[in-house]
Design a protein around this ligand. Structure first.
Ligand code: GLY
Ligand code: MN
Ligand code: MN
Length: 471
């Protein structure tokens, strides 16, 4: 979800064989090649050079985040930093000097045998040179290199998503405070460079598409394991655990986002974080879960009856979401605006809710008034890649629908299509038979010149396919 967001009839054994990651040990440690990062830097440098002489890009890694006493959240590199450097460790700063024949400088934490004995190896200067830097320096001494570069530059392009202290430091260096004795010299430009990287990231290169496909394939295995675990599970935790254990064992070091495994009424909570409630027979199980492989993530949601068979009401709503998703996927054609999928899904859902008697009135009016937004409370999808809600502009906002924008789809874009209907218990004016049902179906779609390609389409999606798989 959620920007305010198949299996054909082959047997389960055939399915598993087909989607099993090719590498014998799974996807453990899989990464894009060094040439990928070289290319990304070259693309950014080209844009920096076009801005004029004296242009310097400064790119900051993700800061570490404390979790509790003596513990940090597990460190995952900032996606922009990773895209440009391939460097996975914290504390690093990258400089790209558009004027230099050796433009790429890396500032890194120094080697430290004591710390490394506790926390694992560091790149150090030697490692930084090995991963492509033209020059490298240890921090904090390397701060001098940064200060000199900032002093020399006329235009500083900053790519810094979350390190407030670092941004303040760069701001002070580039736009120093001072009196009119000095201010004649204050003529530098500090500019946000994140949109430049976002533009590069928004069209996926073939190697990135392959990596996303691997994340999707591993995630499909996780989803199948969770569905298989469903009948014998007593708690949402066992569903989430089946997914997470499977994708970890297949090589996903991280999840792309926290697993959402809500059963019954919890299926109506979009980003349900707890996954620890008891399962009740007859409830629907919604699971939105994606593995991260080589820093790229999948984002897949399936909803299934935990006892293996949809009730009449569950089935009616499920089929409606399915139909909406089909319409949404079909709208992911080159040249269509991103928001076309949302127009398609919302219209199907709105009309269908009228047919079921859940919304009342003439279909056109119900749609135009937006009555359906009470039950379909998010957009239809978002870009997908290094981040689950990936970088990239959505274009001009539609004045009525916030989710998505007018940006035309291009070959190589990857996005989710994820319509849903959520009718929590206590929904006023809704027949109780519909209450406690939350359904989302989410797939990962590659835009191609030959039409939308459903990268996760091998996972059972149609109601009959799901029931057959659960048998
Ligand atoms: N998994 C979060 C989302 O679907 O956006
Ligand atoms: Mn999503
Ligand atoms: Mn999702």
């Amino acid at each position: 979800m959620i920007r305010p967001s198949l299996f054909t009839l082959f047997s389960c054994a055939a399915l598993v064989a087909q989607v099993s990651p090719a590498a014998p040990g799974g996807t453990h440690g899989l990464r894009l090649p060094a040439s990928f990062f070289v290319g990304n830097r070259a693309n950014l440098l080209q844009q920096l050079r076009a801005m004029g002489p004296g242009t310097l890009a400064v790119i900051k890694s993700m800061p570490e985040q404390p979790r509790n006493g003596d513990g940090d959240h597990s460190f995952r590199q900032d996606s922009d930093f990773y895209y440009l450097t391939g460097v996975e460790e914290p504390g690093a700063i990258a400089l790209l000097d558009a004027d230099s024949a050796k433009p790429y400088t890396l500032l890194v934490r120094p080697r430290d045998p004591k710390r490394e004995a506790w926390n694992g190896p560091r790149l150090g200067v030697e490692g930084a040179l090995k991963v492509g830097a033209d020059q490298a320096f240890d921090l904090p001494k390397g701060e001098d290199t940064l200060a000199e570069a900032l002093k020399k530059a006329q235009r500083v392009v900053l790519v810094c998503n979350l390190d407030r202290d670092f941004r303040a430091k760069v701001l002070d260096a580039v736009l120093p405070l001072g009196t009119d004795n000095g201010h004649g010299q204050f003529r530098k430009t500090l500019q946000d460079g994140r949109h430049l990287v976002a533009e590069l990231r928004s069209i996926k290169q073939p190697a990135e598409i392959d990596m996303i496909q691997k994340a999707v394939d591993v995630s499909i295995e996780g989803h199948l394991a969770a569905m298989r675990a469903s009948k014998k599970s007593l708690n949402e935790g066992q569903i989430a655990g089946a997914f997470e254990g499977t994708v970890r064992s297949l090589g996903a070091r991280f999840l792309g986002y926290d697993t959402i495994a809500g059963a019954g009424n919890q299926s109506c909570i979009l980003h349900y974080p707890f996954n620890d409630a008891a399962l009740h027979p007859g409830d629907l199980q919604l699971m939105d879960a994606g593995a991260e492989v080589g820093f790229y993530t999948a984002d897949i949601t399936r909803t299934w009856p935990s006892n293996g068979k949809f009730s009449a009401e569950q089935r009616a709503l499920y089929d409606l979401v399915y139909k909406a998703q089909e319409a949404g996927i079909a709208a992911c054609a080159v040249g269509n605006p991103h928001i076309a999928a949302h127009f398609a899904t919302s219209r199907v859902i709105s009309d269908g809710l009228v047919d079921l008697g859940i919304l009342k009135g003439a279909k056109d009016e119900v749609y135009q008034r937006g009555d359906w937004k009470r039950f379909f409370i998010h957009g239809t999808g978002h870009w997908l890649g290094l981040d689950v809600h990936d970088a990239g502009d959505y274009g001009q906002k539609d004045p009525i629908y916030r989710a998505g924008g007018r940006r035309p789809l291009e070959t190589g874009m990857v996005l989710t299509v994820e319509p849903g209907i959520y009718i929590p218990k206590g929904s006023e004016g809704v027949d109780p038979k519909w209450q406690g049902i939350g359904i989302r179906i989410e797939d990962d779609i590659l835009v191609t010149i030959d039409g939308p390609k459903n990268m996760s389409g091998r996972l059972p999606r149609k109601a009959e396919e799901i029931e057959r798989f659960l048998k």
